[in-house]
Design a protein. Structure first.
Ligand SMILES: [Zn+2]
Length: 72
């Protein structure tokens, strides 16, 4: 009897963990959707204000592009 209760308790806690994980994952997705769009720009501004929509390296100097706020 005790063993089956223990197994039930473990199963229940596993379910709760799964539900919490799922709900927090969907919350993260919602936050991503509401997050402001970001552009990437060379910290040395080699391309004179040109921005990239994806992170990467500057094609001119090879430095990592930095996140810059979108000008509206
Ligand atoms: Zn550069």
């Amino acid at each position: 009897m005790k063993k089956s209760f223990l197994a039930f308790a473990i199963l229940l806690s596993a379910c709760v963990t799964c539900i919490q994980g799922c709900s927090s994952a969907s919350n993260e997705k919602k936050q991503e959707q509401t997050e402001e769009k970001a552009v990437y720009q060379c910290p040395m501004d080699c391309e004179k204000g040109k921005t990239h929509d994806k992170a990467g390296q500057c094609p001119v100097c090879g430095m990592d592009l930095e996140k810059a706020p979108v000008k509206s």
